[in-house]
Design a binder for this molecule. Sequence first.
Ligand SMILES: Nc1nc2c(ncn2[C@@H]2O[C@H](COP(=O)(O)OP(=O)(O)OP(=O)(O)O)[C@@H](O)[C@H]2O)c(=O)[nH]1
Ligand SMILES: [Mg+2]
Length: 531
Amino acid sequence: MKKTTQKPSEAKTSEVGDKTKSQRSLAPKPPVVVVLGHIDHGKSSLLQSIKELGVSITEKEAGGITQHIGAYQAEKDGKKITFIDTPGHEAFSAMRSRGAKVADIAVLVIDIAEGIKPQTKEAISHIKKAKIPFIVALNKIDKPDANPEKVKGELQKEGILVEDSGGKIPQVLTSAKTGQGINELLELIILLAEMENLKTDIQKQGEGVVIESYLDTQRGPTATLILSQGILKAGDIAGTLTAIGKIKILENFQGKTVEKVLPAEPAIVVGFEMVPRVGENFKVFSDIESAKEHLQVEKKVPALSFNTETEVGSEQRILNLILKTDVLGSTEAIEGVLKNLPQEKVILRILKSEAGEINESDVKLAKSAQVSNKSPRHPTGQAIILGFRVKSNPAARQLAEREKIKIMSFEIIYDLVEEVRKFMERIMKPEVIRKDLGKLKVLAVFLTEKNRQIIGGKVIEGEAKKGAQVEVFREEALLGRGKLINLQRNKKDIERIGKREECVMLYERDARAEEGDVLVVYTEERRRGEL
Ligand SMILES: Nc1nc2c(ncn2[C@@H]2O[C@H](COP(=O)(O)OP(=O)(O)OP(=O)(O)O)[C@@H](O)[C@H]2O)c(=O)[nH]1
Ligand SMILES: [Mg+2]
């Protein structure tokens, strides 16, 4: 790898301006490495193969799909590296972008048999925006159809010249399956980190980013933080723009209680009074008052829910949703995909979306939405509760059963979105397709009851069919509509009758037909619409 890969090192170290004061406390900082790439290209598997470094990195994932940012620390030859695993599913763009923002270095993982895919391109743009150096890992080199040259060509089209093609971006051929290239990848990361000369000031006020957060039912608001400078200790007061609190529990990424964490060490923190938002910066404050001030001064945070006040057209229906997820990152990702579902015919209205298990108040909210929203435009008042990787507590389940509120739980984001789509289609107004069959002239009316008539008629155009709809016209004017309940010819029931034939009809109607009227016969087919 050539030295030119380097970018100015100050950009990622803490502060440049007050060097003289802080130079003495500058300490080397382990690199934070974000692993990015298209879904299933092997990001988590690569991290899994790094576990020889003494750390088990991947947890069990639903369907083998990463739906979280996972932060882990590994060690190679006594040097620490922090890895951030990101999901490759298209829904998690925000997580990928955030991952790139907090990292010093990126690893772009590409399945060498598949080549560049949409989320590979997206990852490239996040890396470029974050202006961080990166390494291309051409993964799955063990596959028989691996074609490094083709992928390098594709990379070139994206403006990425790897070293093998005479460029400056280091690349490595890897296989998470055989372990090939893993050591080389780690060495490249360490080399790149050394060239970056990553330094941090640990005497400064602790500062960093919230990379994940959720509400733990037992422990309360819980967040995963990564420090960029300073030290974070148990008992410290920490604050973001939306949440403050005293750190009651401080754990490392393995869930072990620790006294303090240093920059680049992922920390799990319990003690915030509210769940902080993912992606927010946090700071350590000397006292709760200054943390509160920070909270009040910059409290401009965009609301999470959407479509709460949408204008509803008469042809549109509404589906009310309550979304409960494991972590706020998931909430954000799911809202993102739901927003992208076509909503011309059915509007999604998210009444509430938050991290935490499904409880009774969610069911009550769903119930009240059903009752208060019932209207011709919203005939069912439908409100459903969607759980993503969370449980519903027993009381909530019982109440939901009693109140007939649907709770659905999912482990995989695709499944959730598909189910919502199906639900939307189910409550959509069906499309009515009219097919004109023919015309009949009324020759005689034999019997007239309250809303039925027995009529004799002749087909003057097309045909008529038992069960078909009719419109009654008198001198071009539409009088009303009805239905052909029965058809008879020569006193025998028949199914249909053709042109110029005569028949006797049992007609059920809202308009009384007379001799000389014309009946237009048609059928209506109701089709479940598509979004
Ligand atoms: N043959 C082969 N298969 C691999 C390799 N790396 C990963 N896989 C397989 O590819 C599939 C996806 O791997 P993951 O590690 O879950 O991919 P990912 O990029 O983390 O996927 P997301 O997190 O969902 O974006 C799994 O079935 C792995 O076993 C490799 O080097 N060689
Ligand atoms: Mg993964």
